[in-house]
Design a binder for this molecule. Sequence first.
Ligand code: GLC
Ligand code: CA
Length: 557
Amino acid sequence: MERTWWKEAVIYQVYVRSFMDSNGDGIGDIPGVISRLDYLKELGIDVIWLNPVYKSPNDDNGYDISDYRKIMDEFGTMADWEKLLEECHGRGIRLIMDLVVNHTSDEHPWFLESRKSKDNPYRDYYIWKPAGKGPKGEPNNWESIFSGSAWEWDEATGEYYLHLFSRKQPDLNWDNPKVHREIIDMMTWWLDKGIDGFRMDAVHLLKKPAGLPDSTNPPTHKEGYVGDEVLYAHNEGIHNIFREMNRSALSRYDVMTVAEMNRATPAMAGDYVSPRREELDMIFHFEICGLPRYCEEKKRISELNRIQQRWYDASWKSGWNSQYFNNHDQPRQVSAWGDDGKYRVQSAKLLATYLHTMPGSPYVYQGEEIGMTNFPFSSMKEINDVSLRNDWAKCSAAGESEEDFLSRQAKWTRENARTPMQWDDSPQAGFTTGTPWLKVNPNYREINVKSARSDPNSIFHYYRRLIALRKAHPVMIYGDYRLHSRKKGPVVVFTRTLEKEQLLVVLNFSSEKQVSLLPLGKGRGWKSILGNYADFSLRGRRLLRPWETYIMSRAVK
Ligand code: GLC
Ligand code: CA
């Protein structure tokens, strides 16, 4: 397997709006990020993925872009951004940018032109259709991923435009070669500024199914729309787009790409990430992050093992994978996967151990490294997110009470990930001197960076050690993976093996003690290199305490 810097990198995701506010307006910004780079350096990460910082009316917090070449006013200026890049590079940290090209904002000049007239030169930059047989006369029955019809009527020209996300996010028309050229020019413009790659937003949706057929699935709710992402995604022609991006832009620079692709299956993996295809470096698939919500608890870990095995088989010899449990679109991992009460510290460390020792690149989402938890949402007034607000509008119209809606959704909403970073125990957790755009989690007095840094047993210092281990033990990156634990039960045991070194990783994904047989052979030669219980000893190795995890290493011939 070819060794590359991006396979070796630990990537840290910064959701700028919630990271650090430098000027007291309650909104995180680029100077705020710069002021915390030394902290990220101390953590030891290699790459920062910056959520969108482009000019945007913020219907979807920057995922609705009105100018790809300008910085969002609230976040700072292009000079601030250039300083950020320089300060990152000066510390040996690379920077990757979010590439949001399935859609633009409806305030993007292309769309403002496009909606003017049917013969406007920009008309075909977007997807316009006359009325049809959809539930309320739309061109088809598609439901937006953010609820409601995926079509918006536009009075001026008497047609509908397609928006797979909010109505302020019209989809670009990737059947139009001019769109390809515009986007590749824009990518090249950023690459020439010296960035180190892209995280590509929702790119599984770039190509729509030919003829935009109705979904034949049953309606998602009573209005008659059908949410059918399988139909919208991974359509013919999509590989040509990545190949073209690669050939005309990416391959001319030493950069990495990671593509966000819901509904991707292991069978598709090779086609997207195999190096000989010259498309992408890795993808974020969604088969794992939804397990806590959609899979019965007693089957969760066996499902996790099964999914990991399939992705490993599909992408290990020819390609690469990513590892994550949370990001800005998911609840906090310690709340979804771990125990955010009694065993918060142990379970946060266990989840980290898993993500950093499994094959693939670990992505750390801001605050994960101090074990930040979900927020106790009790009112829709506390929610800013457009997708949850749209969903609430739909459900309240259908008669659901706010209390019932929140009891279903509060634990799973992505808003949990977006509350401000907890820096210290001063008011607003040191995130801002003003009023934060989203409430700070009330547990900030206990859970914050300042206290984590001063406690040698904190989750933060555990992450530091894990990240450092990855640099010292190439087996953590390039070693072959083999699962040893039985398919059932919450204990996961696997080895990684590379040339002369073998690692054994043991994890108890539960709040109960577990007895487990370990494949230790005669047990000789193993030494423990990290564990989340201070008094760990080999003697006790078969009895695992709640959320106990450890890594052992030995030399092999
Ligand atoms: C991706 C982003 C998400 C955004 C959506 C629309 O899923 O991660 O935050 O809302 O695309 O751009
Ligand atoms: Ca600010």
